[in-house]
Design a binder for this molecule. Structure first.
Ligand SMILES: [Zn+2]
Length: 142
């Protein structure tokens, strides 16, 4: 299933066609998704005890995952998704602008690696200075 929880999707068919909203629940087994405010169903809740109040609750209902398109956060278009492998990991890619749709994990990983590199360069520089100083002191001793 190409739709995941917290994706923003465009609804293609049904009474809520044209809406864009966030995926609240993904149900891969049934190939369905629950989208916020889409396929709203009314649940009549009867009071079971004297303290309870009878009410009618709105619930977003599941719709078929094939009836939604993921909205790319980069180009802001409803796009079909293709898969690609980045550093051995399967990621979803926008078919139009090739942006990674699972960018949160990727961004974190990139940030981690760049931080590591920054630390390494920071460590190397003072070490060089120390080495040059020790050479100077050695010369002055002579
Ligand atoms: Zn895109």
């Amino acid at each position: 299933m190409k739709v995941k929880k917290n994706d923003t999707v465009l609804v293609l068919s049904g009474k809520d066609a044209g809406k864009t909203a966030k995926v609240l629940v993904a149900i891969p087994k049934a190939n369905k998704v629950v989208v916020d405010g889409v396929n709203v169903q009314y649940k009549h809740k009867k009071a079971r005890s004297a303290q309870d109040v009878s009410s009618i609750e709105k619930q977003s209902g599941p719709i078929d995952a094939s009836n939604v398109l993921v909205v790319c956060p980069v180009c802001n278009k409803a796009v079909r998704v293709k898969y690609d492998f980045v550093e051995g990991k399967k990621v979803r890619v926008c078919r139009k602008c090739n942006a990674l749709l699972d960018s949160t994990k990727e961004a974190k990983e990139v940030a981690k690696t760049s931080k590591k590199k920054a630390k390494k360069t920071a460590e190397e520089k003072p070490a060089e200075k120390k080495a040059s100083k020790s050479k100077k002191t050695a010369k002055s001793e002579e």
